[in-house]
Design a protein around this ligand. Sequence first.
Ligand code: ADP
Length: 438
Amino acid sequence: MTQATSKPLLGCIADDFTGATDLANNLVRAGMRTVQTIGVPSDHQAIEADAIVVALKSRTIAAQDAIAQSLQAYAWLKAQGVQQIYFKYCSTFDSTPDGNIGPVTEALMDAIFGHGQGFTIACPAFPENNRTLFKGHLFVGDVLLSDSGMRHHPLTPMTDANLVRVMQSQTQRKVGLVEHACVAAGPDAIRARFQALQAEGVGVAIVDAISNQDLLNMGQALADVPLVTAGSGVAMGLPQNWQARGLLSTDLQADTLPQASGYQAVVSGSCSVATNDQVRHWQQAGQPAFAVDPLAIAAGTDVVQQALDWAVPQLPHGPVLIYATAEPDAVKAIQHQLGVAHAGELVERTLSCIAKGLVQAGVRQLVVAGGETSGAVVQALDVERMVIGPQIDPGVPWTSVRSSVGHGDTVHITLKSGNFGTHDFFTKAFALLKAIGT
Ligand code: ADP
């Protein structure tokens, strides 16, 4: 067995929270022990991991703010001693004409290579998730990005699938293309193309990929490239480079978490189709569930106390579910009465206070359903970093955190974004945690 180094090898900057977890999940599956931080940590305490993912919320903020936060994350990662930087964005290249993918890429290049210097790639492809890139054009399933639902996205409508053109509109550096035939020919061919493009003055190369093998070829060619910009797919090809150099163990189980203890609970604020199925499945199995009524919150009822009074006495007997999850018609009716944003805020605040109360009462295994809900809960629990563990369902791993709310104990927590997970996700999650503890 080769020895793992003590310093982290890969430092990642992710432009949103659930995207960060998606990347961390891929790195763990490819053999890297991974820690995700919520924002840029305020201290420089060394992190024991092979990869660190700094989760920002910089996708749709003003470009200069995204640049400032990303550079701060870069400086912190550099101080951790990482060997390679990975700027992670969405697999549908979510950006506005002003950025932020181009401006952040350029700022990182200026910091790493010097003003106007250097070379990197851009590749959102993730074939396993039906995001492929061919002749510089991004496909979502069978259709071009510009024909997919992304053309109607409220914040980042994507109306051009030609990523050479999209990236060129966001950056001063010259943008080029590594075509699929070259990627399929292997790492040497890709490296030769990188050199040829640099000789032509190209600073950023869009790289085609339509299969996992393409990602692995690309990964090898990127071994000595200091900055990679990509979706989460390209990360699958990077660990092999450190394994080949003996810097990363080849037989390390990267998803090991400490044994779980304490009570179990689910807090669900997602109203997505999959979550509605999961809540229904839980109730049909006769498991205890408490519904949070947004109108009662708005009327001033202490719903947090009611939910905790209901939940805490039964925690010793098994897991409980507290949910605001509702079918679309019910959600619309509530939004109509309270306003969309106000309803969302009320429910998020209530559920995060309930989650906090549950952890104070001894819950140490917590499932949270909903992207925004997860953000609110993680904030209420004062979580700064998450160690990424085994995958429950694609894109959703268990993690372990330390929370001052839980007296500094280890809390196992999983954050499930809306449409992820099979109908039995909640019970499956606890069963998996039990299995890894035995
Ligand atoms: P998802 O990942 O499924 O999109 P989110 O947590 O990101 O879930 O978003 C769901 C939003 O809906 C949150 O702001 C939540 O507070 C809100 N919400 C949850 N339940 C209700 C409800 N019954 N009525 C209105 N809004 C709700």
